[in-house]
Design a protein around this ligand. Sequence first.
Ligand code: ATR
Length: 267
Amino acid sequence: MGDPIEHSLSPIMHNTAFKTLNLDCTYQAFRVNIEKLEVAIKGAQALGIKGLNLTVPLKEKALFFIEGDTIAQAIGAINTVVFEENSIKGYNTDGIGAQKALIDAGVQIEKSNILIVGAGGAARAISFQLAINGANIIIINRTAEKAIKIAKDVSQFGNIEGHGIENFKQFIQHADVLINCTTLGMYPRINDTIAKAADMHSNLTVFDIVYNPLKTNLLLEAEKAGAKTISGVMMLVYQGAEAFKIWTGIDPPIKIMANTVLEALKS
Ligand code: ATR
């Protein structure tokens, strides 16, 4: 459920995984007005639906009437819902999805110096997850107050500082990982970037959560700097894979899901 929802790649990704594993399941997208969210969720439960994903702008409001696990409550948003006999449970797989994409690319989270740029919902989820797992995080944002607020909320779970984006050059020098959580470089403004090659270094791993275009200007610049790059597609795939595991108890076929999303984006 989301609003809008028509461009979501999750149905093709999950339906391909169900088919590959021969599971008698289907995943459908529903556009739900935020005012009708509670009725829609209760209706889905009444219909015997097993679970849901929630996306923008529904994730935060869901916490008003669904019990979230510790991480969903800390983040303040739910993206995965499971219906059980007499209860509805909420989870947030965005942070762990990003973390798995980093680990998959060889990043060790604990003690790693991670620079996060942006302070929206994605930055918040990723900050909590990486702080809990022992990273040293600096979060910077154009509107500094939003980065400082996230740092304040996350600081009880780990090491984090919040600053304005003008401090980018100072912090990137000591960073092992750079994560772009802003919308800069997203289609149609594909020439925008938070950093140029000259700002980065070859020991850096650069993760852009923007996946349209597949290779953002930031990732092209990072390659020029000799840095390792991770596409935002992997966050989409891993957050979906974690939700899949919550609903079915089964490890989904990650590579097939990633290829399905890549093919859909290319076409
Ligand atoms: P999401 O919930 O998906 O993370 P969002 O809440 O819309 O997305 O957040 C977008 C992020 O991109 C914000 O950090 C925003 O900065 P502000 O908080 O200052 O608005 C950042 N962003 C968007 N356009 C930007 C730009 N031109 N320069 C710098 N940051 C920008």
